[in-house]
Design a protein around this ligand. Structure first.
Ligand code: PDD
Length: 280
């Protein structure tokens, strides 16, 4: 596998980075996950806008966007990915020795790492839906920044896996925010509910696409937090992300949803999403 690291394409076995990388020591960096449809990067501009926002928020400057797009396409080619590719891109505040909390000197460049891999879509989950659990949202108060500091998300997601689920839906003060790596949606009386954009969630690109599609389909949207106590009153649920697209949720903890069948509106949105990505 060929990866990109700080200006070079190199075999992953040969990629070298100092252990004094601030990402390694402090999780001082941000990331993006992007995918292709029909060999084209999906919503690239939206992902780059979010990356720039994340970098700005952690007081880092951005590097040339056009060059980055070219690098990603070269990486896809070098890895001979013919089907869908998933891109992981990480930028840290660079290498600093000795270890020190405050920022390194301005002359210290960032460390930029990019991978491109074949995306193995989980068709079964898209068709039949998944089980999720709920857990406490004990992440920091800047979930709008796509930070590589992911320990609370890692722990909650592991708890889900150990419970035979694929995702943990996070709850802050009785309200559902989002999943550990997905946004969360619910449906009641043909109206779509999802948490509003704020510091408490990541503004998902798939979330944005789903809201755009819903408007086109004349589906009413309420960007409101869902109270966990009201969960039982909803008809359908789904989670969204770049790799999971629109994945129906058919069980939350012990609550079986719609006899484990993906809901009508969820399926309708999945179809609209598929149409959009097929034409991409
Ligand atoms: N996760 N919420 C969180 C906390 C996320 O980490 C992600 C993405 C999303 C969905 O965003 P998008 O639709 O732009 O992929 C929502 C990526 C895929 C990850 O951590 O690997």
């Amino acid at each position: 596998m060929t990866v990109y690291l700080n200006g070079n394409f190199t075999l992953v076995e040969k990629a070298k980075l100092s252990p004094f990388d601030r990402g390694f020591l402090f999780a001082d960096g941000v990331y993006e996950g992007i995918r292709t449809y029909n060999s084209k990067l999906f919503r690239y501009d939206d992902h780059i806008k979010r990356l720039i926002k994340s970098l700005n928020e952690i007081k880092m400057k951005f590097i040339d966007t056009i060059k980055l797009e070219g690098i990603i396409y070269q990486l896809i080619k070098k890895n001979d990915i013919k089907d869908s590719a998933v891109i992981y891109l990480q930028i840290t505040r660079g290498t600093q020795f000795p270890r020190k909390h405050s920022f390194p000197h301005e002359s210290t460049g960032p460390n930029i790492f990019i991978t491109a891999q074949n995306l193995n879509e989980n068709k079964e989950q898209l068709i039949n839906g998944v089980k999720v659990i709920t857990d406490v949202d004990n992440r920091w108060m800047r979930c709008d920044i796509k930070s590589i500091s992911l320990l609370p998300a890692v722990l909650a997601n592991q708890k889900a896996v150990e419970a035979g689920a694929i995702e943990a839906i996070l709850i802050r003060n009785g309200m559902i925010t989002e999943g550990t790596n997905t946004n969360f949606f619910a449906v009641k009386n043909n109206c779509l509910y999802t948490a509003p954009e704020s510091n408490l969630i990541l503004s998902g690109i798939t979330r944005k696409v789903v809201l755009e599609l819903s408007k086109k389909l004349d589906i009413e949207i309420k960007e409101d937090f869902i109270n966990t106590e009201d969960l039982r009153s909803f008809d359908e649920f789904f989670i969204t992300s770049t790799t999971k697209e629109i994945t129906p949720v058919v069980q939350i903890n012990n609550l079986v949803v719609n006899a484990r069948k993906p809901g009508i509106l969820t399926t309708k949105l999945q179809e609209a999403f598929r149409k959009l990505t097929n034409q991409y």
